[in-house]
Design a binder for this molecule. Sequence first.
Ligand code: C2E
Ligand code: CA
Ligand code: CA
Length: 877
Amino acid sequence: MNFIYRLRMRSKLIIAFTAISLFSGVMGLVALKNIRDLNNNSVIMHDRNSRVIKDITLVKSNLVQINLDIYMVLDEKNSNKVKTLVDEINRLKNQDDNLLADYEKHIVDSDDRKLFGDLKNILSVYRQYRERLLEYIDEGNYDKAWIVYNDLEIVSENIVKNTENYIEYNSRVAEKYDNSNKQLYHDTIISTITIGVLGFIVSIFVGHFIAYRISGKIKTILDFAKSLTEGNLEHKITMKSRDEIGQLAIALNKAADKRREYEENLMSSYEELEASYEEVRALEQELREKYNDLEASFEEITALEQELREKYTEISINEELLRNNEEWYKLITEASYDALWDWNIKEGKMFFSDQWYNILGYDREETKDIDWTKLVNEEDYERLQNVIKENWENKSSVFTIEYRIKDVNGIYTWMQTIGKTLFDSEGKPYRLAGSHKNITDIKEYQHRLEYIAYHDYLTDLPNRQYMHKVAEQYFDKKGVYEHNKTALIFIDIDNFKYINDTLGHNFGDFLICAIADRLNRIKREDDLLVRLGGDEFVIVLNSIEDRAQVENFCTAMLECFETSFNVDSNYLQVTSSIGIAIYPEDGKVLDDLLTKADIAMYRSKSLGKNNYTFFHSGMNDKVIERMEIEKYLRNALDKNEFILYYQPQVDANSGMICSFEALIRWNSPELGFVPPDRFITLAEENHRIIDIGNWVLRSACEFIKEVHINGHDKCYISINVSVIQLMQSDFVDNVLKIINDITIDPNCIELEITESIFIETYDNISEKLNRLREIGIKIALDDFGKGYSSLSYLKQLPISTLKIDKTFIDDVAEEHKISLVENIIDIGHKMNLKVVAEGVETEEQLNYLNKHSCDRIQGYYFSRPVPQSEAISLLNR
Ligand code: C2E
Ligand code: CA
Ligand code: CA
C-alpha cells in the first residue's frame, strides 16, 4: 500500500487508464476471433453445400445416364453403338472418380466417411456388374447381358438410394453447421455487449474513483485554504498520499506554520508598538498641559504688559498733562469757540470762560455778582433746573440742554449747555463743569427747514402737511374749540389745467401766486389759507356763526375773481368753483371734511362752474353717478352706443329747412339714456371728446351726403365742436381727411364752437379756424351771450354765424330783454354774420324773430332733434 501512496498523481492516472485500455483490448480480440470462426464456418458450409451435393448428384445422374445408354444398346442390339457406349462410360467413370476424389477431400466426420465408403463399395460393385455386362454385349450374348442388366438396375437403385441418403446426410450436416453458426453469432453478440457494458461500468467506476480521490483531496485542501484565509492557523491537513496534492497539502501546512509564526511575531511587535504609542500619548498629554500652562502664563504676561503699557501711557499723559495743565487750561478757555463753565457747588463759586462773556456781551467785572440763572428765559428755566436735578439724582455722566439766555442787549440767544458733575465719596455733587455753545444760528436754520416743509414754495402759503399738523387746532379737539363751528372751503380754479397747457407753466405759476394773493387779502387774519397743490386751495373759516356768514364770504371770494388777472401784461378772467363742508355737521376729522368739500366743489363745477355749493349727504350719490358715467363712457364709442339726432333749422325768409344741427345721443345699456349735458363735460375732462368728436364729424358728414343724394343739395349741417378738439394740433387735418374720404362740399359744413376763455387766449385756435374758413367751412359761435360773452370775440375770430342762446329767446316776452336780442341781431348783421335763434318754442317768439329779420330759426316749435331717417322725411315734406 505504501507504494501506492508514494505514486504520483500522473502515474496513477496513466496506470488506471492503461488497465482500462488493456481490458477493452482483450475483450475486443475475443470478439474478433468469434467473428472469424463464424466466417470460416460459413465458408465451409458454402463449399460443401455447393460442391459436395453437386458432385454426388452428378455421380448419380451419370449412373442413370450410363444405365440408360446400356439399356438402349441392349434393346437395339446394335453392336455399332457399343463402341460409343464404352467411350461414354469411360468418360463418365473418370468424371465420377474425379468427383469422388474431390468429395473425399471435403469429408467432415466419421459418419461422412462411412457413408462415402459405402457409396464407393456399391459403386465398385456396380462397376463389376457393368464390366461383365459390357463383356456379354461384346460377346453378343444379349440374354445374359439382360440378366446382368437387371442386377445392375438393382445395384443402381442402391446407389441412388445411397446418394439420396448422402444428400440427406449432407443437408443435416449443413443444418448442424447452421445451428453452430447461430450459436456462434449469439455468443459473439453476448460477448460484445458484455465487453461494452463491462468496459462502461469499469470506466465509470475507475473514473469516479479517480475523481472522488482527486476532488476529495482538493476539497480538503480548499477547506484548509478557506480556514487559512479566515485566519485559522491551528488547522492542519492530514493526507497519506504523497502525490502532487499530497505535496500541496504539505506545502500549505508549512505555509500556515510560517504564517502563524509571522503573526505571532507581528503580534508581539504590535504589542510592543502599542506600548510605545501609549507612552508617546502620555508624553503628548503632558506636553499639551505644559503648553497650556505656558500659554496661560503668556496671556497673563501680555495682559500685564498691556496694563503696564497703559499705565505707562497714562502716567506719561498725566505727566504731560500735569506739565501742561495750566498752560493747556488757559489755551482751551481762550481758544475754544465754546464757552466753558466750572461751578464749585460746595463753595458756590461759578466760573465762566471769556468766551461766555463774548457771546452774551457782558463785562466780567461789572457782572461779578449777577445770578446768571436770572438771565435764562422764563419758559426754559424750569426745564434747565429739572435737567440738572435729574443728573444729580441719577448720577448720569453727562447732560445736554438747549435754552434761551438774555444777552447784554436784552435779546435772547439760544445756548446749548453740556455739563458733567463730579460726586464725592458720599455721592454728593461737589463740582459741575462743561461748555456753553451759541446755537442761535442752528436754531434759526432748523426753524427755516421746518418752515419749508410746511409751506408751499410757490405761494409761501401753508401747505397740506401744515394743515394736517395744525388740524386739531380746528377740528376734533376737545376744549376751547369744541363748540365752534368751522367751515372748510375748497376752492378749485376753473379750467386751470387748460390755462397751464395752453399758456405755459410759468404763466400758470404767476396766476396761482396772483390768486393766492387775492385769497389772502379777503380772508380774516385767524382764518387759515392753504394751497393743497395745483390749482386747489383750502380756506378754514374759524368760529363761524351761521351759513350766511360763509355764504357772504364765498360771494366775496367769487367777486374778487371778477376783476381780470394781470399776468405778464396779459389780462385773463378766471373763475373758481367752491365747495364747503361744515365742522362738526359734515365731519369731525380733517380728511373727512376735505373729501366732502371736494365733492361739493365738483357739484359746483357740474352746475356750470363759478359758484359755491354746500355739501349735503345727497351729493355722494352725484359723485357715484359721475364715476359710473365715467366708467361706462370709456367703452361707449367702441360699443357703438352713440347715435346722432338731427334738429332742423328753418330759413326765416322761405320757411323751408335749410340746415340741420347734429346732436349726440348716448343710449347706455347700463345707465339708460344719458343726456349730452351730463357726459360731454366729463368727456372733455378726460379728453375722450376727441375720439367722440371725430366720430360725430364723420357721421354728420355722411348724413348730409345722404341728404344731398336725396336731392336737397343746398342743405347744410351744423356740427358741435368742443374746444378740446380745437386745441388738438391735427384738428384741421382730421376735418380735411373726413371731407376727402366722404367727398362732400366743405361749403355745406358749419362748425359750432362755444365761447371759452381758450378761444380768446389761444392764438392757434383762430389760426385753425382761419384755415377752415379758407376752404369754405362756416364757423358758428354757439350760445352767444351766455358765458364769457365778449363782443370782442366777434372781431378776433373768423366767425360766420351767431347763435343766440336759448335763454335770450325764452325772455323775448319780457319787454326789457327784447332790445337785447334786437341789438344782437343788428350787430351780427352789421358784422356781416348770419344770426340763428335756437330754442324757439312758441309762435310769439317766431313772430318776434321774423320781425327783426333773424336769419334762421331752430327750436321745438318746428321740430325736436330726430333720428336720421325722420330728418330726411322732414325734408321731403
Ligand atoms: P347746444 O349746442 O346748445 O344744442 C342745443 C340744445 O338745445 C340741444 O340739446 C337741443 O336739443 C336743445 N334744444 C333745441 N331746441 C330747443 C327748444 O325749442 N327747447 C328746448 N328746451 N331745448 C331745445 P341737447 O341735444 O341736449 O344738447 C345739449 C348740449 O350738448 C348741446 O348744446 C351741446 O353743447 C352739447 N352737444 C350735443 N351734441 C354734441 C356733440 O356732438 N358734440 C359736442 N361737442 N357737444 C354736443
Ligand atoms: Ca350747438
Ligand atoms: Ca346752443
